[in-house]
Design a protein around this ligand. Structure first.
Ligand code: AMP
Ligand code: MG
Length: 410
């Protein structure tokens, strides 16, 4: 390991420290399922009904009694059953009911034979195939049983979950109140897009990126704008943020430059747990507590800000939201081009992976500079290279994390 990285905290230790002593939010509110996409369940959701709620037909055909499933003679048709319009009579022995998909199976019937497996005459139907008991009947409760937990507490509601709740007739659910996150960027050079740039100025990428990602994670964003590199202004921003938020995220000003005040101000307004990581990009990353809130100070370089958000802030947000699912999905992939790396820091290079003949292949993006935001457009994953690893050759196996939905989603 290189000597100058020896004092840096490992990413694994940082991730553990970030989650230590964090209590999830427990305040909840009630929401209509129409508005619940992206919110987090506050309690288990229990089905009030069986689904299907009655035995019904999986086919258009004929419902018949057990005694008739092997009948060789013609079976007369006693009536019809439609979806939403059940057969209401009592079925005479030796008869069948013409039944449509989704219609309740008439009492006394043991199977449904597809229309295509019958021949119909004026007198009734003749079976042209063997019929098995229970065939083509969708049973009550076979999808979801009444009283069954369909979603646990602490689940972020996705599009795939919400139709299930609709199918159970559930309208209102209890969700965790949104996490309040105050954000600001620091730097005398920053201007918001829309304003022409003067000499030495750049557009503020980070606040825009972080606000979008937070929104995707169901947070309520308190956007405090751009704060100049000034002790008083920073102190004021921290105090205002602390009063309003559960979590405060700033970017920039955490390194050791002459205008990097964030750390000093933080030491005055709160406490810092750590601020230097063996991670690339993202060496300067501060984590601590203000009076009322938690604090994450992200590096100023936009790629570093997004990478540290994904690797460090995201697991913290999940914990605060009470979500128990693992934050990262990772796979092994084969390098299609070499990677240059010095031992000493865990690297999260941006790469592009694809599936080739049943194997995942990956190559690092050419632009790995921490100021080169276009890398995110060209890439679809992080290539996670362990701290002690050196350069890697084509054909070596690496761990990749597909970009999370909040970065790669629409
Ligand atoms: P700092 O961490 O404040 O020393 O900033 C490191 C680098 O990131 C400098 O080149 C800054 O100009 C740049 N930077 C800082 N904040 C932002 C931001 N919000 N958007 C884009 N670039 C930034
Ligand atoms: Mg700065």
């Amino acid at each position: 390991m290189e000597p100058f990285t020896a004092g840096l905290l490992s990413i694994e230790d940082a991730q553990a420290l970030l989650l230590r002593d964090i209590s999830p939010i427990t305040d909840s509110q009630t929401l209509n399922i129409n508005d619940a996409l992206g919110w987090v369940t506050a309690e288990p959701i229990v089905s009030p009904i069986n689904v299907p709620s009655f035995d019904n037909s999986a086919m258009d055909g004929y419902a018949l009694r057990l005694a008739d499933i092997n009948a060789k003679h013609t079976l007369p048709i006693a009536g019809q059953a439609f979806a939403g319009k059940p057969y209401s009579g009592s079925l005479p022995d030796g008869h069948v009911v013409q039944i449509m998909t989704g219609a309740p199976v008439p009492e006394g019937c043991a199977a449904v034979v597809m229309q295509e497996q019958t021949e119909r005459t004026a007198q009734g139907i003749q079976l042209t195939t063997d019929v098995v008991t229970g065939q083509n009947i969708r049973r009550i409760g076979e999808d979801v049983r009444q009283g069954q937990v369909v979603l646990e507490a602490g689940v972020r509601l996705k599009i795939k979950d919400l139709p299930l709740l609709a199918s159970l007739g559930i309208q209102q659910i209890k969700v965790i109140r949104p996490l309040r996150v105050a954000i600001f960027s620091t730097g005398d050079e920053l201007v918001s897009s829309g304003t022409p740039l003067s000499a030495g100025q750049i557009y503020d990428t980070n606040r825009f990126a972080i606000a979008l990602m937070l929104q995707r994670l169901g947070c309520s964003v308190i956007n405090l704008g751009i704060i100049p590199d000034d002790n008083m202004a920073l102190t004021d921003a921290f105090l205002r943020a602390d009063q309003q938020a559960d979590l405060v995220i700033s970017t920039g000003g955490v390194s050791v430059g002459a205008a990097d005040y964030t750390r000093d101000v933080l030491l005055a307004c709160g406490e810092i747990t750590f601020w230097k990581l063996a991670m690339k990009p993202g060496k300067p990353f501060a984590f601590g507590r203000l009076r009322e809130s938690l604090f994450c100070g992200l590096p100023g370089n936009p790629v570093s800000a997004v990478v540290t958000f994904c690797q460090l802030v995201y697991p913290l947000i999940l914990r605060l939201q009470g979500i128990t699912a693992a934050p990262f999905t990772s796979f092994s992939a084969i390098l299609t081009a070499p990677i240059i790396k010095q031992p000493g820091r865990t690297e999260f290079q941006r790469g592009y992976f694809s599936s080739q003949h049943g194997e995942l292949h990956v190559r690092a993006d050419d632009k790995q500079g921490s100021h080169m935001f276009s890398t995110f457009t060209h890439a679809n994953c992080f290539i996670c290279l362990p701290r002690e690893s050196g350069s890697l050759a084509q054909g070596d196996s690496v761990t990749i994390q597909p970009f999370p939905d909040f970065l790669d989603g629409a």
